[in-house]
Design a binder for this molecule. Structure first.
Ligand code: FEO
Ligand code: CA
Ligand code: CA
Ligand code: CA
Length: 660
């Protein structure tokens, strides 16, 4: 099957990657130079196959891989007992034997009252506002009834990150060129396909179904009214021609991953917001800031041709109103979502929390750009389980910090507080709002560590350790290598483990100023890609490329979803699972593989771990793939129907915990 398919070069990702040149951090801090020193003290189990096999012949490697596969199929030292699948790249997806897949929600499914059935040739903005959006990413599950621990009934929250214009509409051709051709109505459909969905779902007789008439169902899109809150609300740079108060914005865009709070709200992250804007930044007062955030003349979408607020020459402050974390209550469809400016403005990937030993809420975040940073926010006050009103604006006050990874195996959290260190009027920061609006520049001045594109940063609720997923960075040079980013031209990414003081005990301190870190794995093909490091028993199908989002099961095992393996490694993106401790630590095993062109997002378990939901984003996003001739028609495989980004549910045949 792979031989008959077009080359897997994700056209839209290529465009995005090229545009990211502009926003890239030019900081050289820290350019330590002396390199790739392994921190193997307690790591005998994680010998890099590449390190030991670099001199082996290809035959030796293949024999070793075969032996490894046999070992892994027998589960080896892993606690994961599923039978690993083989790497593939094809029109269909695949899951481990003994598991069943069900497509639960597809782009265009009617979810609100009055929504028409999906008809790819009759899309309208009004119908899209009532239908499931495009490119599903973050997933979260809020049990029903509220306060229960149900695993059969709840609200599924789904982000809709972006749109693939050439796969949505007929006659536009492929990739970036298609985006420039959109009509005003098509642009409005794309805006309506962004944002998030809330959908009531139920499991009955072993099958999940969406409750289409539910009073809870909701669409949030690129036009929804959203309140701006926290220190940057009302700032001069937040005011536009349509909002003289700087406190109310139209919509949320590029909602990638997210997180939730202990008080039952969801957080959705605005990632590549820069790409929606066009016009000449040099003709605005904000050229330097726009450059740091990657806002250029060359918009990634056609919207700027039809809606003035995306043109920085006409509405120069609008980009400041994006790049935030957005909070809303999924149980209240009438609630107004809020952009929480205290959590900083950057290309937010996700925002996962831990409740600290003192009750304060600690949120870990990544800024997904080459050479950008890992952040942490600590609320000023503990959350109050008995008084919902006390938590309502808890995220408006606290300390945002940025991570400095040191070669001695420690990580320091450097606070971004106005008036501290270089964050003063002398450097253009006259208030905390200034610091937050220019979070990246403030972090540059503090000498944070430029990372290889931070995606999810997520605490393991079982062990208290925090996992930093770094997807790749093809532009890191040899002289920019350090222990936390140990490879030049890092095509495949790596995963760092942060160990807060007291991790594994009730006294774990997520608010500590200093923590330890270790390398968990370095991705790529063992024996082929220099520097790749896994458990020695990792099979020829268990290695991964371009880790992106992750989830933890009840046993504290990590499930890693990938984004970019099609082009980086010639295999489809997938979902890999591994123990995080014990003899099977970092022994990744392939559980699910997506159709060609798609990335795997939002891995999400029901509380009882018997269902795993996955968001399959941008299926068919390959070079020359179009509405008429897509590289896959997953999941419908119906004539004249393009691929449809969809949420799938995976359950064990006959029931039981996933991966058990
Ligand atoms: Fe939207 Fe960084 O993935
Ligand atoms: Ca993504
Ligand atoms: Ca992601
Ligand atoms: Ca990604």
């Amino acid at each position: 099957m792979p031989d008959t398919l077009p080359p897997a070069v994700p056209a839209d990702h290529v465009a995005i990657d090229a545009s990211e040149d502009i926003g890239v951090n030019t900081s050289t801090e820290p350019s330590i130079g002396t390199l790739i020193e392994r921190r193997l003290s307690r790591r005998a189990a994680i010998l890099g196959l590449a390190g030991t096999a670099a001199a082996a012949t290809l035959t030796d490697q293949l024999l070793a891989c075969a032996a490894n596969l046999a070992a892994a199929q027998a589960a080896g030292p892993s606690t994961l007992s599923f039978r690993e699948i083989a790497h593939q790249l094809g029109e269909r997806d695949a899951v481990a034997a003994g598991y069943e897949m069900q497509v639960l929600l597809r782009w265009g499914d009617p979810i609100l009252d009055g929504a028409p059935e999906f008809d790819p040739k009759a899309l309208t903005p009004d119908s899209q506002r009532r239908q499931f959006g495009y490119n599903c990413d973050y997933l979260d599950f809020f049990p029903l009834p509220k306060g229960s621990n149900s695993s059969d009934h709840g609200l599924l929250v789904v982000n809709h990150e972006y749109t693939n214009t050439g796969l949505m509409f007929a006659g536009l051709g492929a990739g970036r060129a298609a985006r420039d051709k959109v009509t005003r109505e098509q642009a409005a459909i794309e805006i309506a396909a962004h944002g998030a969905s809330v959908v009531e779902i139920r499991r009955e007789n072993g099958r999940w179904r969406a409750v289409k008439e539910s009073r809870f169902n909701r669409r949030i899109d690129g036009e929804t009214r959203i309140r701006i809150s926290g220190p940057a609300a009302g700032h001069a740079k937040m005011k536009t021609s349509y909002d003289s108060t700087g406190t109310m914005v139209h919509g949320t865009l590029n909602n990638c991953a997210g997180g939730n709070t202990p008080w039952g709200t969801v957080l959705i992250a605005e990632e590549n917001f820069n790409g929606y804007f066009g016009g000449d930044p040099e003709k605005t007062p904000h050229a330097a800031s726009f450059k740091r955030y990657g806002i250029t003349k060359a918009s990634w979408y056609g919207w700027v041709n039809h809606f003035d607020r995306f043109n920085v020459e006409k509405e120069p402050n609008e980009p400041y109103r994006f790049g935030w974390i957005v909070e809303f209550d999924p149980y209240d469809p009438a609630s107004v979502p809020v952009k929480r400016t205290a959590l900083g403005r950057f290309k937010h990937e996700g925002c996962h929390h831990a409740v600290n030993r003192d009750g304060r809420v600690v949120i870990y975040m990544g800024d997904d750009e080459r050479f950008d940073y890992v952040y942490r926010f600590v609320t000023a006050r503990p959350w109050n389980p008995n008084d919902p009103a006390a938590n309502r604006d808890l995220l408006d006050e606290g300390v945002l910090s940025v991570a400095q990874f040191r070669d001695d195996g420690t990580v320091a959290w450097l606070p971004l507080i106005h008036g501290h260190g270089p964050l003063t009027a002398e450097n253009g920061f006259t208030s905390q709002a200034d610091v937050l609006l220019e979070t990246r520049r403030a972090a540059d001045l503090l000498k944070a560590t430029p990372m290889d594109r931070p995606e999810d940063v997520e605490p393991n609720p079982v062990t208290g350790r925090v996992y930093v997923i770094l997807t790749n960075n093809s532009r890191r040079r040899e002289d920019q290598v350090n222990r936390a980013n140990p490879r030049a031209a890092n095509a495949h990414g790596h995963v760092i483990e942060i160990i807060p003081p007291g991790a594994g005990t009730e006294a774990v301190d997520h608010a500590a100023d200093t923590m330890r870190w270790e390398m968990f794995l370095v991705a790529g093909k063992p024996g082929i890609d220099p520097g790749s490091r896994y458990h020695r028993a990792t099979s020829e199908h268990g290695w991964l490329s371009c880790p992106d989002n992750c989830a933890f099961d009840k046993k504290g095992r990590i499930w890693i979803a990938t984004d970019g393996a099609n082009s980086a490694a010639g295999v489809a993106d997938g979902l890999y699972a591994a123990d995080t401790g014990g003899p099977g630590r970092a022994l990744t095993r392939l559980f699910y593989q997506a159709p060609i062109g798609a990335e795997v997002c939002g891995p999400l378990f029901t509380p009882d771990n018997t269902t795993l939901f996955l968001a399959i984003q941008h299926p068919g996003e390959t070079a020359d793939s179009t509405f008429e001739t897509p590289s896959t028609r997953w999941p419908d495989f119906a004539a004249d129907t393009p691929p449809r980004p969809s949420v799938i549910a995976i359950m064990k045949t006959g029931g039981g915990e996933i991966g058990s």
